[in-house]
Design a protein around this ligand. Structure first.
Ligand code: AMP
Ligand code: MG
Length: 341
């Protein structure tokens, strides 16, 4: 199959029409969103959704997020509650996925047999317009091969999906850079299953009872069943061995300078550290305090490190609070919890 890429904005109606028609007829289309690129299919079409799992090599027990153009469209696919609408009013469209009890119309293949469905209303103008034009909800996981870092540019998608899907819509670099915040809600409780740009602190404005699922920060214990099936997989992994350095107890610059002499390694450092290190395979993540920029660059840098062909990558252990929790969660899983203290 030939994979076409087109640069688009929300007014590229000819191409968006073509994409909407492909989606309606059961084909897969890669779509830019504000978080990462998604691999979309008609959420009502079980065969189209099964093709997502095939194209990604995704385990069948890892459910898909269903994307809608308007928060009200959740009614068609799930049983909502007042807390959903409070969240929707302030945070949707946006980088927040809410898990609710599912209605019959959503095939079991989409939710991996679970009786709940994950719902998101993307803020990216291209994604939002396309879903509206297609007139159907769009099931879409991140558009990477399973286990690879999520794609944040159209060329990342092309690297993983060439020959497997007919169309990639190129909407430029994703704004956020990591996947959406995933929460499971009841009327009076929010459980965070995956951290993203919507933080725990923001969620506390909507509900007194906000908790963080264990697998967000910790390794799953043997035999433990996660609330979110995706949490049990090694994810976001670059080909090189990634180590995180806790700079509260280890001097990052001294440690990595030694490694630069001894190994074929890349170093993900803060901009401020650039002049202090050997100018060899450096991957600056941004300024120390600029968490938004670090988030945006995270997957770009992990993919870049792969292309460098190094054996090891060293990076700072991120904070596990506030906006930084999303980076922490991705990094500890990318490094399979290899932390140097
Ligand atoms: P991705 O589509 O790659 O962004 O991954 C979607 C994430 O949402 C995975 O971690 C899934 O396990 C999680 N997810 C999707 N649907 C559900 C659900 N019904 N219950 C719990 N987690 C879900
Ligand atoms: Mg993914």
């Amino acid at each position: 199959m030939v994979t076409e890429i087109f640069k688009v904005d929300k007014d590229s109606l000819d191409i968006l029409n073509k994409a909407a028609e492909l989606l309606r007829t059961g084909e897969l289309v890669a779509i830019p969103t504000e978080t990462v690129y998604g691999l979309g299919a008609n959420a009502f079409d079980k065969n189209a959704c099964l093709n997502i799992f095939k194209a990604k090599g995704r385990p069948g027990d890892n459910p898909l997020i269903v994307h809608i153009a308007n928060p009200l469209d959740a009614e068609q696919i799930a049983y909502t509650n007042p807390l959903y609408y409070k969240l929707a009013d302030k945070l949707m469209p946006g980088p927040l996925t809410v898990i609710l009890p599912k209605r019959e119309v959503i095939p079991a293949e989409v939710t991996a047999g679970l009786d709940s469905v994950a719902i998101r209303c993307p803020a990216h103008p291209v994604a939002n317009k396309l879903i509206e034009m297609a007139g159907i909800p769009i099931a879409a996981p991140s558009a990477n091969s399973s286990g690879k870092p999520s794609p944040t540019t159209a060329s990342h998608v092309f690297d993983d999906m060439e020959g497997k899907i007919p169309l990639i819509l190129d909407g430029g670099e994703c704004d956020v850079g990591v996947e959406s915040t995933v929460i499971k809600i009841t009327e009076n409780e929010i459980v965070l299953l995956r951290p993203g740009a919507v933080t725990v602190e923001m969620l506390k404005d909507f509900c007194e009872n906000v908790s963080i699922a264990g697998a967000v920060k910790e390794e799953l214990k043997a035999g433990e069943k996660p609330l979110s099936p995706g949490m049990k997989y090694k994810h976001y992994a670059p080909a090189a061995e990634l180590y995180l350095i806790d700079d509260k107890s280890v001097n990052f610059v001294e440690f990595t300078k030694e490694k630069q002499k001894a190994e074929s390694c890349a170093v993900m450092c803060y901009d401020e550290e650039l002049p202090l290190l050997e100018n060899k395979n450096l991957l600056p993540v941004g300024k120390r305090e600029d968490i938004k920029n670090q988030t945006k660059r995270l997957f770009i840098l992990l993919r870049k490190a792969d292309k460098m062909g190094v054996d090891t990558i060293y990076a700072h252990l991120p904070d596990d609070t506030g906006e930084s929790l999303a980076i922490y969660n991705r990094m500890i899983r990318a490094c399979a919890h290899k932390i140097i203290k």
